[in-house]
Structures are given as structure tokens and as C-alpha cells.
Design a protein around this ligand. Structure first.
Ligand SMILES: Nc1ncnc2c1ncn2[C@@H]1O[C@H](COP(=O)(O)OP(=O)(O)O)[C@@H](O)[C@H]1O
Ligand SMILES: [Mg+2]
Length: 282
């Protein structure tokens, strides 16, 4: 398996700050995997996304130590714009990303930028509009749509470029539970149909956990825990200490287990929890 992200002994300190935002990070993410990153505010999650996208050190000043390789190449070695063709990042504040007068232009703009032909643009526009359910919004100005719709447009604009590595930094922070679910349905399709590598930074675990192959816990500028999703949530003591509440079903079985009422694997989803409970009752 090839590593899409390969980070070694990486430390980043923003200029004029006392402590590093990322401290001696080691991280390797394999091609095709779906990775969830969680952790309290200020842990360094967004800084990690900036680092992989080349915004650090490109757009931010600071002091860097160690290496950040993306697709085998150090981020600084990419030419301007070259890294953004293979890495797509959706940030939680979609407003900042919009430049066009209509949603359609917003989607087309990025594709023109990477030099796609008109037929290619037309085909991808149709694909991404369908996938993210934006057809009714195409002719609207981006500033006249709701926060949740903006987040979908931001996701669509990035998907239209078909980046091999997709990073979503709290992509559903402005969404109600239904729209949040929709975004994760899109991610599920991308996970199964395309062979993308997807990294999602997200507070809400309910939707993330069933999709994630691997989970990472960040806290205090460091990676505290990285494991397969099942193993990861066995460390519930450590997670709770860092303010991360495991998904409801898992937490419930953990409590049962603490009281000696259950022994065995914990479920990751409500569905799995229901099945387990049914077995226990019978
Ligand atoms: N542009 C910046 N300049 C200085 N410090 C920053 C900047 N952006 C983030 N930081 C600091 O870096 C640390 C990590 O922040 P961030 O990566 O945004 O964490 P998270 O996304 O996990 O909430 C925080 O202490 C934050 O205050
Ligand atoms: Mg953040």
C-alpha cells in the first residue's frame, strides 16, 4: 500500500506564538482509506489540514521542522497550484471560499482553473450537481443560500475537481441533522464508488464512525491515538478524558459492561446495537 500522506517528526509553530500548534507529529495515511479525526478545539486539526494542503507554509508564517509528504513529495516541492489538483480541502467556513456570482459559476470556475475542456466540465457539473443535490440552486448567487446549502456547494466545488485526496474540516458544522446525514451519504458513495482517500475532521461521530476505517484523536498539538475504528473506541477512558463522547450505542454497551451486564465487542452504530440487544434478550 502506498502512503498518500506521510508526515515525520513534524512541528509547526505559528509566528508570534509561544507553543507549537503541531508538536512532533508522525502520521501515515494509506491510499483508499477513510480516516476520521476528532479532538477538542485548539488541538491542531485545522493546522494539520493546512499543512497537507500546502497553505502551511505557503500562506502562513511560522517555523517548521520535519517533513510533510503528500503523494510521496514534500509539500514545498510542488509548483504553485499543483498540489491543489490532487488535494481538495473543504473548510467549515464555506463563505470564504466563494468568488463567483452563481452557484454554477462557482463550480465551473475551479474546473476551468485546472484546465478541463468544456465537455469535461459539462459532464462533471452534471455528476456533482446530482450527487450533492444542487440542481435547484445552480442559478442562485452563493450569498443568497442558506449555511447548509453553502456547505454543500463548497463540497461540490471541491468534488468537481476530483481530487485524489479529499480533506473535510468540520464540513457539517452549520447543518441540521438531516442535511448532515446527506453530506455523509455523499461521502459514502465516494468511499465505495471512487477510490479516493478521504480524511474527515468532525465533532459529530454518529455519521462518521460507520464510514471510518481508521480514527485519530488529536489533543494539545499531538496525535494521542490512531487505530482502526473498532480498536479506537475501546480506549473510552482516554477519549472521555479528552472530552470525546463515543457514539451513543457504543457508550451504552460500555456502561452495561462496566456494570457487569455485558461482555463482548461494542457496537459502532445504532443498527449494530439493536442486533446485539436482540441477541442478548433472546
Ligand atoms: N493563524 C494562526 N496564527 C496563530 N496561531 C494560530 C493560527 N491558527 C491557529 N492557531 C493556534 O494553533 C492551535 C491549533 O489550532 P487549530 O489548528 O485551529 O485547532 P483545531 O482545528 O483543532 O481547533 C491553537 O492554539 C490556535 O490558537
Ligand atoms: Mg479547526
Amino acid at each position: 500500500m502506498t502512503s498518500v500522506i506521510d508526515i515525520k517528526e513534524y512541528t509547526w509553530r505559528y509566528l508570534h506564538t509561544e507553543t507549537p500548534a503541531l508538536n512532533s507529529i508522525d502520521l501515515s495515511i494509506e491510499e483508499g482509506s477513510f480516516v476520521g479525526i476528532i479532538g477538542p478545539n485548539g488541538a491542531g486539526k485545522t493546522t494539520l489540514a493546512y499543512s497537507v494542503d500546502g497553505l502551511i507554509p505557503g500562506q502562513y508564517n511560522g517555523i517548521k521542522k520535519g517533513t510533510v509528504k503528500v503523494f510521496g513529495k514534500e509539500v514545498e516541492e510542488y509548483k504553485t497550484g499543483e498540489l491543489q489538483q490532487v488535494v481538495g480541502v473543504v473548510f467549515s467556513d464555506p463563505e470564504a471560499q466563494f468568488t463567483a456570482m452563481t452557484v454554477e459559476d462557482e463550480l465551473v470556475f475551479g474546473m476551468e482553473n485546472i484546465g478541463l475542456t468544456i465537455p469535461e466540465i459539462r459532464e462533471r457539473l452534471e455528476w456533482v450537481t446530482e450527487l450533492t443535490g444542487l440542481s435547484d440552486l445552480l442559478l442562485k448567487p452563493p450569498y443568497e443560500i442558506s449555511g447548509g446549502q453553502k456547505q454543500r456547494v463548497a463540497l461540490a466545488a471541491v468534488l468537481a475537481m476530483k481530487p485524489k485526496l479529499l480533506i473535510l474540516d468540520e464540513p457539517t458544522s452549520m447543518l441540521d441533522p438531516v442535511s448532515r446525514k446527506k453530506i455523509f451519504e455523499v461521502l459514502k458513495i465516494l468511499k465505495t464508488e471512487e477510490d479516493n482517500t478521504i480524511v474527515v475532521i468532525e465533532h459529530s461521530l454518529e455519521n462518521l464512525v460507520p464510514l471510518a476505517d481508521q480514527m485519530i484523536l488529536m489533543a494539545d498539538s499531538e496525535i494521542i491515538l490512531q487505530d482502526s475504528t473498532k480498536e479506537f473506541f475501546k480506549e473510552s477512558g482516554l477519549l472521555l478524558e479528552k472530552g470525546v463522547y463515543p457514539p451513543g450505542a457504543l457508550h451504552f454497551f460500555h456502561e452495561l459492561s462496566n456494570q457487569g451486564l455485558y461482555r463482548g465487542e461494542y457496537p459502532l452504530t445504532v443498527e449494530q446495537g439493536k442486533d446485539l440487544l436482540r441477541q442478548l434478550i433472546q
